[in-house]
Design a protein around this ligand. Structure first.
Ligand SMILES: NC(=O)c1ccc[n+]([C@@H]2O[C@H](COP(=O)([O-])OP(=O)(O)OC[C@H]3O[C@@H](n4cnc5c(N)ncnc54)[C@H](O)[C@@H]3O)[C@@H](O)[C@H]2O)c1
Length: 307
């Protein structure tokens, strides 16, 4: 794979990208890039969500393969719109929910499925106050849980899922308690999934530090994931013990990264494989509509059955 061209409306950033990744063709207007270069295969659209939809639609209209940065638009309505365009395009498309493609997460997920599927998943996604959710980002990004903590909303669906499919939420009970400062959005939610797994989600902006953690549990199996930097996974398994009880094995299960594509597998590798092998990506746009709606339900303090 080769980076052929970059489009960026900010002249300083354009020059910097061309310097860092060149030689390549640099464009101030992405449409001119699409019109000029006739052998583009894949376009990565990585603008803020408020500017993303038209660019993605232009690429799809040209039947290009499109890797769409998260969140795929400002709302689930935006995502649905580009999902409909994707259905009419000869190009493939995928959302960069990159947590799904981390080798450690894929290996944990495989262990869960071998143990009969996750029964409980949880995710924590905390940060100090950012510009997200403040007036400075109005019209450019949606609320932080939809723009950013969506990584862990999607991760819960993925860990609770089966095969190549993320679980679908059926019920959400969310409590929202924002702080007094702009951007200090706070959520706790319990989610029921169609696979039988229950999820708990916690995301707080305007707290002391960035913290990204997750858990997944199946019968006699637990995984605790520290996702702050390179994923660290603590695994334990229980085994039968005397008197009909169980005890934690002294030898923890081992993550098999080779079986899930190797230590360097990621979303770009998956998308490329899907194009070369004519397969549907795991995080296609139709599927992303479900994650966007779940993030919106959490932000909206939804209680009960999802429509
Ligand atoms: N997957 C991840 O882990 C991850 C990490 C960081 C950011 N993101 C996502 O990536 C997106 C961008 O985030 P960022 O921090 O890089 O934002 P950014 O604002 O720093 O960069 C976006 C760039 O897009 C350019 N741009 C806007 N409109 C354009 C157009 N019409 N043509 C060409 N260029 C245009 C802007 O000039 C800007 O330089 C966000 O949606 C964010 O949520 C994802």
């Amino acid at each position: 794979m080769r980076l052929t061209a970059v489009a960026e409306i900010d002249a300083t950033r354009l020059a910097s990208a061309a310097g860092a990744h060149g030689p390549l063709q640099a464009f101030a207007d992405y449409r001119r890039m699409l019109d000029t270069i006739d052998d583009l295969d894949i376009v990565h659209v990585t603008t803020m969500p408020g500017f993303l939809v038209d660019i993605v639609l232009d690429c799809m209209a040209r039947d290009l393969h499109v890797l769409v940065e998260k969140p795929p638009g400002m709302s689930s309505a935006d995502t649905k719109r580009i999902a409909e365009a994707a259905a009419g395009s000869a190009g493939k498309s995928m959302v960069s929910f990159n947590r799904r493609y981390m080798p450690q997460i894929l290996a944990v997920r495989r262990l869960m499925q071998d143990a009969g599927g996750a029964v409980h998943v949880s995710g924590t996604y905390n940060k100090p106050v950012t510009t997200l959710g403040t007036p400075a980002m109005a019209g450019i990004t949606p609320d932080p849980v939809i723009c950013d903590a969506i990584h862990h909303v999607d991760l819960l669906r993925w860990l609770a899922g089966a095969g190549d499919t993320a679980a679908t939420p059926t019920h959400v009970h969310a409590l929202v308690q924002d702080g007094p400062r702009a951007g200090s959005h706070r959520h706790n939610a319990v989610i029921r999934f169609d696979t039988g797994a229950i999820g708990s989600f916690s995301s707080h902006y305007g707290v002391g530090q960035r913290e990204q953690r997750a858990e997944a549990h199946a019968e006699d199996l637990s995984a605790y994931l520290d996702l702050n930097t390179e994923p660290q996974v603590q695994l334990s398994r229980a085994e039968a013990a005397a008197g009909g009880t169980t005890r934690t094995c002294t030898q923890a299960p081992v993550l098999d990264l080779t079986a899930v594509g190797g230590a360097h597998f990621d979303e770009v590798r998956h998308f490329t494989d899907c194009i070369l092998e004519d397969r549907q990506p795991w995080s296609g746009l139709q599927d992303a509509v479900i994650t966007m709606r779940l993030a919106e339900a959490i932000r909206g303090g939804h209680q009960g059955l999802l429509p």
